[in-house]
Design a protein around this ligand. Sequence first.
Ligand code: SF4
Length: 407
Amino acid sequence: MGQPVIGWDRQLTRMISTNSQPASWKFASSTCELPISHHSALTLLSSGDADLPGLLAAARAAKERFKPNVITYSRKVFIPLTNLCRDYCGYCTFRRDPGQRGARTMSPEEVLEVVRCGERMGCTEALFSLGDKPELLFPEMREALRRLGYRSTLDYLEAMCELVMRETTLLPHPNPGLLSSAWLKRLAKWSPSIGLMLETTNRNLMDSGAAHDNAPDKLPAKRLRTVEEAGKLGIPFTTGILIGIGETRQDRVESLLAIRDLDRRYGHIQEVIIQNFRVKPSIRMANWTEPSRTDLLRTVAVARLLMPEMNIQAPPNLSLPYYEELIDAGINDWGGVSPLTPDFINPEAPWPHLQDLERRTESKGQILKQRLPVYPEFVPRVLACPGQLSEKLACASDAEGYAQRAR
Ligand code: SF4
């Protein structure tokens, strides 16, 4: 990744402060090296809507230099293995307490049924999303796990990843919350990539009444530790930030830089997700204001300029109806999109139909390509470790590391 060109960095900041024309930004972005500095990122994040076209042009040019004319997505099924969770994030509609309406832990048979259905629909990813360590808080979960034959939720998750690996053509991508080094290693045996959203580096969001009040697993230092341990093990890793949950602009920049620093040390971050908070009537934060469209676009663009050679993703269903503007802001990936299962984390926001996604992606001069849960540039790393996972990945990927079209 190139080092900042100080002259251009100053030029960029000056252009914002003097309200220069977008055309000069476009010129600058195509002729100067990135990434921008911390200071410029903060300035750009605080800039007004009049500056947005120039910022977007710079971000889009950076994306085109990184991955020209391609936007990827992962065709997936969503497996909410359990929605019991010991945390109480203020924005979450997914979690339940035992006995609460909708509380549910899937059986192995249910997992296989969903995955086999996805297999028939050309899916290549089984995304396991679940609450964090519910058995630590709820005896009901301990009893449910005992009946299933497992000591912990992670033991059960590991077994289900292995089941999917052995019995189907889909590749697992677990997203179970905080993980120790030992657990990262165990899950990586059956999964070509693992995910954990950093969300924010601001620990004040754990204060009483804030977004992460009563959510012990959202302590930023612990989440950074998991991301770092994955780096030490060389595991392709997905992470990202959640915007609009009470963080400042400075927090957003610091969160992105924390991710970038870990990637510079270990080279294992395969994508950074920029997710926007959405209001739902049933959540503790029901009266909060969502980030505006321009705030989201500005944040995505700044992420691109801070990390010009990183896969940047924003979920299209959280930005309907204007989601193709995210391409203008420099994303190169839509994330997981399912033709089968709803987004259980944001059930009110259906994924766009894949044909519609393809049409609107192409209207921006991009080709929509299906990737696997591991990005093409990280496929060789997984293939280099002999075993069942690499054999399966070799069958699932094409010569460039994308999903095999014939599947
Ligand atoms: S966002 Fe995740 S950790 Fe927080 S309450 Fe929901 S399921 Fe639990």
